[in-house]
Design a protein around this ligand. Structure first.
Ligand code: MG
Length: 473
């Protein structure tokens, strides 16, 4: 393991909720909850104000509503989150070619490889500079952890939250880890945690004391070895750039097009099982489930869903693939089907799946999840969860949080709708908190709008760090 704290972990603070607060001045300092708003929706992100009520990611939305009935409940605006994520990742890539994104708002960076930092002092300077740049370019805050390994850097950024920086000095790792819960270690989910607890092991220190043989006996060879090393703060995993491009996938071409929807569903389940067998065989897990469908006319669609954390659970992959299939029209017949898993990781966190999660409400399935349109694009395909949805009776449905423009009052966002009316708050990232007005849902003067940049002159993509000014309050 390296001798200096030159692995950096960045985690944006309450990312989706912070973007919404920056966009909507009336929500700053208030409890904001972003996620699927339907009956089976889950919380993707809660603002720190909402967390004070006990609301957290992956919690069923119905439970969140009981805990924080007065919070603002919004659907996610992934297009905007992705744009801001690209700005942040661009800043990270200016520091080092070795950037490993874990999600839209989280990444590891190896500072040593490019000579950006070589000791604690230089690492601190880079981390502090990065936080200032992120604030300047995006108007948002991110927390930084610095350590000699990925595991410790992630623990450090967790300790730094919100809006902070923590360095774990090499040599202090074991003492720091010893009193922490075994659940702190990557690869210890609720099931493994329970298993260890029944054996009398609740802290990392107790895990180290139990010894390698005992852990192997309890957890099996591969898992036991790996976790014993982690308990001793030995983590040699390197930062791997562009990991998300790696994937494991399987596909089948059919001699005769399949028309029967039930049969298509069965084939997809079978492919999902096969894909997971391969994934497990390679000792991997992944976060993004991809469904590929080639139709009778050779048009090929892909649909993907990104989970909050990596999985190698066949049930999770089967369910995700089934959800994705619901987004595809197969009535003309299907000649090829494929299921893949990408965003691969070495360790599986099995605790991240609130399985009741949100299909059927157009919201994110699981936590800070994502659904892409065709080929990952932004089209208004079936996979798009955005904007105005045609209701059952052809009436426009306005989703809370979405951007709108009114011919007279200008840019605003949907605060709520029901019984034929829609309530809009007219404000922009740079304005003061705005006024609320109510319209008929089919008011011709009211149309969907694109999100506005959070920082004036922003949204120019990554790399334009020097070009944008202005910091949000
Ligand atoms: Mg975050």
């Amino acid at each position: 393991m390296r001798a200096a704290p030159t692995i950096l972990h960045l985690d944006m603070d309450a990312f989706f909720a912070s973007v919404e607060q920056a966009s909507k001045p009336s929500l700053r300092g208030k409890a904001v909850i972003v996620g699927g708003l339907g009956p089976r929706g889950v919380v993707a992100t809660a603002s720190y104000e909402a967390r004070a009520f006990g609301v957290h990611s992956a919690m069923p939305m119905a439970q969140a509503r009981r805990l924080a009935p007065n919070a603002a409940y919004l659907v996610p605006r992934f297009q905007l989150y992705r744009t801001i994520s690209e700005q942040v990742m661009g800043l990270l890539r200016e520091l080092s070619p070795l950037v490993e994104p874990l999600s839209l708002d989280e990444a590891f960076v190896d500072l040593e490889v490019a000579g950006a930092a070589w000791d604690e002092t230089s690492a601190r300077l880079v981390g502090g500079g990065l936080r200032a740049d992120i604030r300047r370019v995006t108007g948002l805050t991110g927390s930084v952890g610095l350590a000699a390994s990925k595991m410790l850097a992630k623990i450090a950024s967790e300790q730094a939250k919100p809006d902070g920086l923590v360095v774990i000095e090499p040599g202090t790792e074991r003492a720091l880890l010893a009193p922490m819960s075994v659940r702190t270690l990557p690869g210890v989910g609720p099931a493994t945690g329970d298993h260890l607890r029944r054996a009398g092991i609740t802290t990392v220190g107790e895990m180290a004391e139990a010894g390698e043989d005992e852990l192997v006996r309890l957890l099996g060879k591969a898992h036991g070895h790996a976790l014993y090393a982690m308990a001793l703060a030995r983590d040699e995993r390197s930062v791997v750039a562009e990991r998300e491009t790696k994937s494991v996938s399987v596909e089948d071409t059919y001699d005769v097009d399949i028309h029967d929807r039930v049969r298509v569903g069965v084939e997809v389940q079978r492919l999902a099982e096969r894909c997971v067998r391969r994934l497990r065989g390679a000792g991997l897990s992944g976060r993004t489930i991809v469904l590929k469908v080639r139709r009778y006319d050779f048009s090929t669609l892909t649909r993907s869903e990104t989970l909050r954390g990596p999985t190698d659970d066949p049930a999770v992959v089967r369910e995700a693939a089934a959800r994705l299939l619901e987004l595809v029209d197969t009535t003309g017949g299907v000649r090829l089907l494929g299921v893949g898993v990408s965003g691969l990781a070495d360790y599986t966190q099995e605790d991240l799946f609130a399985q009741a999660a949100g299909e059927g409400d157009g919201g994110p399935g699981l936590g800070e999840g994502d659904r892409d349109g065709e080929g990952g694009g932004e089209g208004a395909g079936a996979g798009d969860v955005g904007g105005v949805v045609e209701g059952a009776v052809g009436e426009r449905r306005w989703m809370p949080g979405r951007d709108v423009r009114h011919a007279v009052y200008g840019h605003g966002w949907v605060q709520g709708s029901g019984v034929g009316r829609v309530t809009v708050r007219f404000e922009t990232p740079g304005s003061s908190p705005g006024r609320v007005r109510t319209f008929l849902v089919d008011d011709p003067e009211l149309v969907e709008a694109d999100p506005l940049p959070l920082v004036a002159g922003g949204c120019g993509g990554a790399g334009g760090a020097g070009a944008v000014g202005g910091v949000l309050a």
